[in-house]
Write a protein that binds this ligand. Structure first.
Ligand code: ADP
Ligand code: MG
Length: 248
């Protein structure tokens, strides 16, 4: 039976991670519920990307557990490929396949992993490209598109796998300022459509519009967790106050 809105979808339970001597995730515990939008904010080096990568099993963890829709993250093998299909990931640097068209970029994953036909994959991809406002660019190569357009393609590509959650790690940080809003608008729309999202972003406007909850991380810990309005107007911890005074 599919999980209902509001049920736990990603459960991170007492997770620790070291890189050598560096303790990058310190006893992280949090639950992302189906349909929820969680924005992760915090200084550079605080472990935000590592947390995303751990949830997508691009990084191993030392101890603790991560479950996705009730299933423990597998170590390897076919279970891992299935899990990766359930957990979409969008990076700062788009990572489109440079030698494939926009349409092929979106259809590649579904065709390989979901084993659907070309016709079906193309149809679904065109719907998704339409949703992110890029359908008229489908036959172009990535380098012919602006950064904002490429990032919207990356979002469409991750949606093409029908993920249960999408992790977006600083999706607008590499963009020229005038392109940030077109990507944020797509993300706000996804949130409105009920997509479960974990977004690393310092874009307060997005957080205020779309987030159910802000996680503030510093030095590998979740220091504060609050609704966006409360977090931005009345942060409780000195570290969050200090951080916000620098970025706002
Ligand atoms: P954030 O995304 O919040 O900036 P990261 O999760 O990227 O932080 O990094 C957390 C810490 O772990 C940083 O000090 C970073 O230098 C370190 N780190 C990240 N990836 C690696 C790695 N593969 N090997 C060693 N150290 C790493
Ligand atoms: Mg990062």
């Amino acid at each position: 039976m599919p999980a209902q809105s509001g049920e736990p979808l990603v459960v991170v339970d007492h997770v620790n991670k070291h890189f050598g001597e560096l303790h990058v995730l310190k006893d992280i515990t949090t639950t992302i519920h189906r349909g929820e939008v969680v924005v992760v904010i915090g200084p550079s080096g605080s472990g935000k990307s590592t947390l995303c990568r751990a949830i997508n099993r691009l990084e191993t963890i030392d101890d603790g557990t991560i479950t996705i829709d009730g299933k423990l993250l597998p170590e390897e093998g076919s279970g891992l490929a299935k899990l990766r299909a359930d957990v979409g990931m969008v990076f700062q640097s788009f990572n489109l396949f440079a030698h494939k068209t926009i349409l092929e970029n979106v259809t590649l994953g579904p065709r390989r992993v979901r084993k659907i036909s070309k016709a079906e994959a193309d149809k679904h991809a065109m719907e998704l490209l339409d949703r992110v406002g890029i359908a008229n660019q489908a036959s172009k190569m990535p380098a012919q598109l602006s950064g904002g357009q490429q990032q919207r393609v990356a979002i469409a590509r991750s949606l093409a796998m029908d993920p249960k959650i999408i992790l977006l790690d600083e999706p607008t940080s590499a963009l020229d300022p005038e392109m940030i809003n077109e990507v944020l608008d797509v993300m706000v729309q996804l949130a409105k459509d009920g997509m479960t999202m974990l977004v690393v972003s310092h874009e307060m406007g997005f957080a205020r519009k779309a987030a159910d909850r802000v996680l503030f991380m510093a030095d590998g810990e979740i220091v504060e967790e609050a609704e966006p309005e409360q977090f931005f107007t009345n942060p409780q911890s000195p570290r969050a106050q200090d951080f916000l005074s620098k970025i706002l």
